[in-house]
Write a protein that binds this ligand. Structure first.
Ligand code: IPM
Ligand code: MG
Length: 362
C-alpha cells in the first residue's frame, strides 16, 4: 500500500524548502523502497490568491484523503492588510482545527556540530534534547467569545477567551506522558496556575493523570519561570507540556537555543496518527526565491512524518543520520554559517543530504 502525502508549499520560502522535501521523498522511493504518492495543494496566502480562501475546500478534501501533510510556511506582508478571516495564518489555524490536529510535537535538539551556533554558551546547550508538546486546537487561540467591539461608553476593546475543558487537557496530557515514557521519563507541565483558573484545572488534570504513568516523573512550572529556566539551564528539561499560547512562545525560545530556528521540525497529530508536518520557522519573505533558505528543518519534518504517520521508523533514522552527517562535514546554509564559512544554498544543502543518504553503509 502506498502512503498518500499532501504537499502544501505555502508562501515565500515555503516552495523553496518543500522542493527539497519532494526530492528527498523521491530519493527514498527510488533507492530505499518507500511507497509514496505526492499531491500538491494550496494553503495560506497562495490559496487566497488562487482560490480566494486561505484554507480552500479543495485543500480540505485532499487533506482528509491523505495519510500525512507536509507544509512549508505561510504568510507575508502582501496579505497583512486583507480582512482578518482571510489572513494566511487563519488558513493554518483552520487546517489544524478541521483535522483535529491537537498534539503539536516540537523537538529542540542540538546537533553536536552546531554547539557554537547557539547564542548561549556551548557548555550550556551541548547535548540539548527537549520535546515541547503544545496543545494546538484549543485555549485562547480558539476560545469564544472573541472579537473587537465598542462598549456603551464608546471605548473599543479587543477580547479573547482562554478556556480548556478536561477532555482537551487529558488528551494532550496522554500524548505528553506517552512521549515522556519513550524518552527520559521527565515531564514538566507549564501553566500560570497562580493567576488563571484555566491553568488551575490544567494542573489538577495533569496531576491526576500522572497516577496512570508511574514511570514518568511529573513536575510543574509557571510559564514565566519556565521561560527563564529555558535560557538559564535548558538541559534540565526532557518533555514539556503546555497550552496553545504558552507553547507558541516557549517553542520559539527553545528553538533559538539550538543555533537556528532553521533547524527545527514539528508535527501536529490527530488522535489516529494523521499529521501535518512543518518546519517551526516562518516564510522569511526577505529571502524567498533566492536559494538561501535552510531546508534542514523541512527535511527533518519529513523524518518525523516517516516515524509518526507512515510507520517507517528506520527510514526516519536514516534521514536524521544524513542531516547529522552533512553538518559534521561542514555544510552550512547562511543562517548557520560562522565567520569564515562559505554558505551553501537551499538546493546544494538538499543535494548534500541526498548524497549522505545514498552513502550510508547499510
Ligand atoms: C506557529 C506559528 C503560528 C501559531 C501562527 C503562524 C498562526 O507562530 O506555528 O508557532 O501561532 O501557532
Ligand atoms: Mg509560533
Amino acid at each position: 500500500m502506498s502512503h498518500k502525502v499532501l504537499m502544501l508549499p505555502g508562501d515565500h520560502i515555503g516552495p523553496d524548502i518543500v522542493a527539497e522535501a519532494d526530492r528527498l521523498l523521491h530519493c527514498l522511493a527510488d533507492d530505499f523502497g518507500l511507497r509514496v504518492e505526492l499531491e500538491y495543494a494550496h494553503l495560506g496566502g497562495c490559496a487566497v490568491d488562487a482560490e480566494g480562501q486561505p484554507f480552500p475546500e479543495s485543500t480540505r478534501a485532499l487533506a482528509q484523503a491523505s495519510d500525512a501533510m507536509l507544509l512549508g510556511a505561510v504568510g507575508g506582508p502582501e496579505w497583512d492588510a486583507i480582512e482578518r478571516d482571510k489572513r494566511p495564518e487563519r488558513g493554518l489555524l483552520a487546517i489544524r482545527e478541521a483535522l483535529g490536529l491537537f498534539a503539536n510535537l516540537r523537538p529542540a535538539m542540538l546537533f553536536p556540530a552546531l554547539a557554537e551556533a547557539s547564542s548561549l554558551r556551548a557548555d550550556v546547550v551541548a547535548g540539548l534534547d527537549i520535546l515541547i508538546v503544545r496543545e494546538l486546537t484549543g485555549g485562547i487561540y480558539f476560545g469564544q467569545p472573541r472579537g473587537i467591539r465598542t462598549r456603551d461608553d464608546g471605548l473599543r476593546e479587543g477580547f479573547n477567551t482562554l478556556v480548556y475543558n478536561t477532555d482537551e487537557i487529558e488528551r494532550i496530557g496522554h500524548a505528553a506522558f506517552a512521549a515522556a515514557s519513550r524518552r527520559q521519563g521527565q515531564l514538566c507541565s507549564v501553566d500560570k496556575a497562580n493567576v488563571l483558573e484555566s491553568s488551575e484545572l490544567w494542573r489538577e488534570v495533569m496531576t491526576d493523570l500522572s497516577a496512570q504513568y508511574p514511570q514518568v516523573e511529573l513536575s510543574h512550572l509557571y510559564v514565566d519561570n519556565a521561560a527563564m529556566q529555558l535560557v538559564r539551564s535548558p538541559k534540565q528539561f526532557d518533555v514539556m507540556v503546555t497550552g496553545n499560547l504558552f507553547g507558541d512562545i516557549l517553542s520559539d525560545c527553545a528553538a533559538m537555543l539550538t543555533g537556528s530556528i532553521g533547524m527545527l521540525p514539528s508535527a501536529a497529530l490527530d488522535a489516529n496518527g494523521r499529521g501535518l508536518y512543518e518546519p517551526v520557522h516562518g516564510s522569511a519573505p526577505d529571502i524567498s526565491g533566492q536559494d538561501r533558505a535552510n531546508p534542514l528543518a523541512t527535511l527533518l519534518s519529513v523524518a518525523m512524518m516517516l516515524r509518526h504517520s507512515l510507520a517507517e521508523g528506520a527510514l526516519a533514522d536514516r534521514v536524521e543520520r544524513a542531516v547529522e552527517a552533512v553538518l559534521a562535514q561542514g555544510w552550512r546554509t547562511a543562517d548557520l554559517a560562522a565567520v569564515g564559512d562559505t554558505p551553501v544554498g537551499t538546493r546544494a544543502m538538499g543535494d548534500a543530504v541526498i548524497a549522505a543518504l545514498r552513502a550510508q553503509a547499510d
